[in-house]
Design a protein around this ligand. Structure first.
Ligand SMILES: O=C(O)CCC(=O)C(=O)O
Length: 316
């Protein structure tokens, strides 16, 4: 763990000292930590479960085939390049700052569904290795939600802090999120970030337990500034230098968001969140089906990604 923390610190020193930010606010060095990695050979069901219980998350390196992840990345980038949002060569993932989506793909829901259900993305998101990992972590056969949350984060953008519970609590209580970077995502490119120990913040969790963003019409995201909140709780913000093939699993009550994408070269950060639950437990019907109905029946059209890259961002 110390070596990983050292690496993160060294990377920070080598670049702009305050490059790792959340909502524009630099994370002070003493508040930035590295996510603990579980070595592949140690990823037994009992170790996965005890790490989830102890840390609220478990990070595995190279858990799914890197080539499949990169194929998914290129598939998404090619679709965005075809509507003029990613410059050629699309593999560089550089946003053009313009879009022809309205003209070339006027049905926003259909377009985004097509991208999110692209064959290469499905292959990576529902990889047999990920199913096996989810089953081991859950201790029984696992199935994925049909809905896959694809994130296309342009520079300057981030996801605000939230618990996943409020978005997907109508079925099984044993849902796990797998966050899958679609490409290498160094800290400056805005990877996922966790509030250390937040799965044990019972007072905060009590405010969100049972809340359903669609039924209650409440914002799911956390109103407080991440750095200020972590400082007040005396904990750190944890992230990592992610590589394509890595997976981080976490529970519905682990507070997380993302660092700002500060790539510095116009590059978009790509990732997807894939949810897994015990195969024999009740489903939250918003996220299953063909197509899944999604928030307020908007299906894929309710996602930020359904709007042209760079349009106003709504926390979701
Ligand atoms: O990738 C992001 O920006 C946020 C991911 C997230 O919120 C999740 O995996 O639940």
């Amino acid at each position: 763990m110390r070596a990983a923390a050292g690496l993160l610190a060294a990377r920070r020193r080598a670049m702009d000292i305050d490059e790792i930010r959340i909502a524009g606010r630099p994370i002070p060095a003493d508040m930035l930590g590295s996510l603990r990695v579980l070595a592949a050979e140690a990823a037994t069901p009992s170790e996965l479960q005890s790490r989830l219980a102890a840390d609220g998350y478990v990070l595995l390196r190279g858990a799914i085939p890197r080539d499949d992840v990169l194929a998914a990345r290129h598939e998404v980038l090619r679709r965005l390049a075809a509507v003029g949002e990613i410059a050629e060569p699309s593999a560089e993932a550089v946003a053009t700052g313009t879009s022809r989506r309205a003209e070339l793909a006027p049905d926003a829901n259909a377009f985004w569904r097509d991208v999110c259900e692209g064959p290469a993305l499905r292959r990576a998101a529902h990889a047999p290795a990920l199913r096996a990992l989810a089953a081991a972590a859950l201790g029984r056969a696992a199935k994925p939600f049909d809905f896959v949350w694809l994130r296309t984060m342009i520079e300057g953008r981030a996801s605000p802090l939230h618990f996943d519970h409020v978005y997907m609590n109508r079925g099984s209580a044993n849902v796990l999120t797998a966050w899958v970077p679609l490409g290498d995502v160094p800290p400056a490119a805005g990877p996922i970030v966790f509030v250390e120990g937040s799965h044990r913040f019972e007072d905060v969790i009590a405010r969100y337990r049972g809340v359903d963003v669609d039924r209650d019409g409440l914002p799911g995201s956390f109103p407080e500034d991440a750095v200020g909140f972590a400082r007040a709780r005396g904990c750190r913000l944890l992230t990592a230098d992610f590589r394509a093939g890595d997976v981080i699993l976490f529970g519905m009550f682990t507070l997380h968001g993302s660092c700002d994408n500060r790539s510095g070269n116009g590059r978009v950060r790509l990732s997807c969140d894939v949810r897994w639950q015990p195969a024999d437990e009740a489903e939250d019907d918003r996220w299953f089906g063909s197509p899944p109905s999604g928030h307020q029946g908007k299906s894929y059209g309710g996602m930020n990604g359904a709007r042209p890259l760079g349009e106003t961002y709504i926390a979701r």
